[in-house]
Design a protein around this ligand. Structure first.
Ligand code: NAP
Length: 326
């Protein structure tokens, strides 16, 4: 029997690729660039599955081009690139890769916290530029991390992992989430819930870990930034549009906050040019999950979701289980 056909939109790790190839005929984009929407749409007819990157727009039009499509397996935990409603309507299973990237993304978040407060990137540029003339009491003075208040917005998998790291630094952890934990759990884990505006007022570091949804788009805008302490830092390793980047530039320029550590941007790969000129920003190119172990584990997880559908099973990371009902 002919193997089912699967499109993989970006080069894969060898091990997951081999696993997939055992059960499917794989069309793989071997070029070191993303496929365009047109290329994806042209490649989809006849494919039962697509292994997509979080940057591939899996909108209604693209999904509609996959007449035989049974699964869109995202190689990311965030799935704001998938039109879930359209996938459900078209009875296409949508999956993501939770858990396997939690600690790696939390590590990167903490690198941003440390990097922006202790001016690591700026200090590195300073040394490389040959500007260092010797130890000076006032050189590269930053902010402390230990004993400070860490405000976690979105206390899910990654937010909780960041909170645990903060506790290792003896930070006081406050959080805001649409769902409040049981008070006993809060007490056990030394977490305190605050409404968003209060969290913004009291935190020394505000770190964002919500998914990008219509409700979280521009969750942090001019008003919210205006509530933060002048000495506080904003960290974003969630999705760019959760922050109004223009408002952030204004807040940084006006000294309303002390700095920002950003892994994600509103219009990636474009970065608002003013951010590039500021010394109190640490900017990295969406590398939250970018370690060898984690990227391979994510891909294995995405492949396993496709293999489950090939076996006629519900994929383990299903986002729209309702397609299997009724
Ligand atoms: P998660 O476990 O689902 O955590 C998200 C948390 O945010 C949940 O507790 C969720 O509550 C909460 N939430 C949802 N909508 C909210 C709202 N409007 N206001 C406040 N809280 C809200 O997801 P995760 O695995 O931690 O990942 C979080 C996000 O990080 C992903 O969606 C992705 O976009 C991003 N991410 C980025 C990178 C990177 O490379 N920078 C890597 C991995 C993930 P409910 O559970 O009740 O919905």
């Amino acid at each position: 029997m002919a193997k089912p056909k699967v499109l993989v939109t970006r080069e894969l790790y060898e091990r997951p690729l081999r696993l997939l190839q055992e059960k499917a005929e794989v069309t793989l984009n071997r070029e070191n660039r993303s496929m365009t929407i047109e290329e994806i749409m042209a490649a989809l007819p006849g494919k039962m599955g697509v292994l997509a990157m979080g940057s591939d727009p899996m909108n209604a039009k693209v999904l509609g081009a996959g007449k035989d499509l049974k699964i869109v397996a995202n190689n990311a935990v965030g799935f704001n690139n998938i039109d879930l409603e359209a996938a459900t309507r078209l009875k296409i299973a949508a999956t993501n890769t939770p858990d396997v990237l939690t600690d790696t993304t939390a590590d990167l978040t903490f690198a941003l916290i440390l990097g922006v407060a202790r001016r690591i990137a700026e200090a590195d540029r300073f040394v490389r530029a040959g500007k260092w003339t010797g130890w000076t009491p006032s050189l590269m003075i930053g902010g402390d991390i230990h004993d400070k208040t860490l405000g976690v917005i979105g206390l899910g998998r990654i937010g909780s992992a960041v909170a645990r790291r903060g506790q290792g630094f003896n930070m006081r952890i406050v959080y805001y989430d649409i769902r409040r934990l049981d008070p006993a759990v809060e007490q056990n884990h030394q977490l305190r819930f605050f409404p968003l505006r209060d969290l913004l007022r009291i935190s020394d570091f505000v770190t964002l870990h919500v998914p990008l949804t219509p409700e979280t788009r521009h969750l942090i805008g001019a008003e919210e930034l205006g509530l933060m302490k002048k000495t506080a830092y904003l960290i974003n390793a969630s999705r760019g549009p959760v922050v109004d980047e223009r408002a952030l530039v204004e807040a940084l320029r006006a000294g309303k906050i002390a700095g920002a550590g950003l892994d994600v941007f509103e219009a990636e790969p474009q970065v608002t040019p003013e951010l590039l000129q500021m010394e109190n920003t640490v900017l990295v190119p969406h590398i939250g999950s970018a370690t060898d172990e984690t990227r391979e584990a994510m891909t294995l997880r995405a492949v396993n979701n496709i293999l489950a559908v090939i076996r006629g099973q519900v994929p383990p990371d299903i986002l729209n289980p309702e397609i299997y009902r009724g």
